[in-house]
Design a protein around this ligand. Structure first.
Ligand code: C2E
Ligand code: CA
Ligand code: CA
Ligand code: CA
Length: 276
């Protein structure tokens, strides 16, 4: 039994050390990623039932000079844990608003540009002021800007959250709950929030055509959203079959590889142009 402990330690330590090292390396390099111009924004179209682009979600990309592409699923959690998400998050918001302004001025049919907001970013006392100044500086139309919040941050501090959401609504900004169904948000809270959109998490959509309980969950979310007069966007739509199921249940907006992967700004501009 004595040896077991040692073996366990021997077995686990190297991998834990490696994970910690990797995290530290990411943190060090992420600090300089903005100034070294390694971050960029991609856009994933959101489409209606006719396949017309109605909006897009802004997705952050990190092109590391040696390591190549690093997924946001890897570096966003590090950024969140270290606080680097604050400068990165405001950079993303500003850059997204700059693109939005360009597309507006070009007369392109963009009705909605969504930006992800991390919990730490949203919790800053001056978050609403920051959004307000970025909108003023860039001249982007606030009514075309959307912010994606997650269920977790919404239940964290209900009073503060609702206050901030109301202030953002005052600015005409659209609010979504991202990854809906994966957290534990209470329906009672949901009703109190000035929300516009529920985004159905892709984990439910993925197995919609094979898993009866996922199909039931998606069905329930859509009908609940319709009753609460919220719009619904289904994420991760990859096949015609999934699209047909969602459409049949009354979901009218979709995002996923079936329509387009996230693409760089030039490519998205082309897609918007094709829709005019
Ligand atoms: P998310 O907000 O849920 O974004 C959707 C993710 O699903 C994106 O991954 C997108 O590329 C991917 N996706 C879209 N369609 C499909 C599909 O049909 N099938 C599959 N399998 N995946 C699809 P991505 O770009 O790797 O981003 C991962 C996560 O990183 C995002 O999840 C979001 O939580 C976070 N993130 C990305 N950009 C930002 C940002 O600017 N700020 C913050 N705070 N988080 C961000
Ligand atoms: Ca999102
Ligand atoms: Ca999502
Ligand atoms: Ca699938």
């Amino acid at each position: 039994a004595k040896d077991d402990g040692r073996d366990t330690i021997r077995f686990f330590l190297p991998s834990m050390q490696a994970a910690a090292d990797a995290r530290l390396a990411i943190e060090k390099e992420l600090r300089y990623a903005i100034e070294k111009n390694e971050l960029s924004l991609y856009f994933q179209p959101q489409v209606d039932q006719l396949g017309n682009i109605v909006g897009a979600e802004t997705l952050l990309r990190w092109h590391h000079p040696e390591k190549g592409f690093i997924s946001p699923a890897t570096f966003i959690p590090v950024a969140e844990a270290t606080g680097l998400i604050l400068p990165i998050g405001s950079w993303v918001l500003r850059k997204a608003c700059e693109y939005l302004k360009v597309w507006e001025d070009a007369g392109l049919p963009i009705q909605h540009l969504a930006v992800n907001v991390s919990p730490r970013q949203f919790r800053q006392p001056d978050f609403v002021d920051q959004v307000h100044s970025i909108l003023k500086d860039t001249g982007a139309d606030p009514a075309l800007l959307g912010l994606e919040l997650t269920e977790g941050m919404v239940i964290d501090n209900v009073v503060d959250t609702i206050e901030k959401m109301q202030a953002l609504k005052q600015l005409s900004i659209e609010l979504s709950i991202d990854d809906f169904g994966t957290g534990y948000s209470s329906l009672a809270y949901l009703k109190q929030m000035p929300l516009d959109i529920l985004k159905i998490d892709q984990s439910f959509v993925r197995d919609i055509s094979t898993d009866a309980s996922d199909a039931a969950i998606v069905d329930t979310i859509i009908s609940m959203a319709n009753h609460l007069e919220l719009r619904v966007i289904a994420e991760g739509v990859e096949t015609e079959l999934e699209l047909a199921f969602l459409a049949g249940k009354g979901c009218k907006m979709y995002q996923g590889y079936h329509f387009s992967r996230p693409v760089p700004d030039k490519e998205f501009t082309k897609q918007l142009n094709a829709g005019t």
